[in-house]
Design a protein around this ligand. Structure first.
Ligand code: CU
Length: 126
């Protein structure tokens, strides 16, 4: 119990520290942000678009060194790795056909600016 309180107090300090810096107008550290652009429901046996948007601060990342979409069906071991291609404005796209109905997870592995980000979404294929 005491440990948790200490941890909580420490977390508050950290948060407060960040807030102070922002108020003082210090330069914010940019980081690689990746947003998934995938429909939550997708059709089975039809080629669909898996997409993500990569940004670094206000900048759209057009030169990612790696964009790979990892796809697996819940409850199955098998994983597909599909390379994403840049189509402009920091958008990376891969085409994929879900073979069976069910719930899948999609992770976009993105490496750019010497950073890595890997957002995940679940999609229902029906
Ligand atoms: Cu990754």
């Amino acid at each position: 119990m005491k440990k948790w309180l200490l941890l909580f107090a420490f977390a508050l300090l950290v948060v407060a520290g960040c807030a102070n810096k922002a108020e003082e107008g210090e330069e914010e550290l940019a980081y690689l942000d990746v947003k998934m652009a995938i429909e939550e429901k997708l059709p089975v046996n039809q080629e669909v678009e898996l997409a993500c948007l990569a940004t670094y601060g206000d900048e759209k990342v057009t030169d990612a060194s790696e964009v790979t979409f990892e796809v697996w069906k819940h409850g199955e071991e098998d994983r597909q790795m599909i390379e994403g291609k840049h189509v402009g404005d920091g958008k990376y796209v891969a085409r994929y056909t879900f073979p069976t109905k069910g719930t899948y997870s999609v992770v976009a592995h993105v490496t750019a600016k010497n950073m890595h980000n890997m957002p995940k979404v679940d999609v229902v294929v029906e």
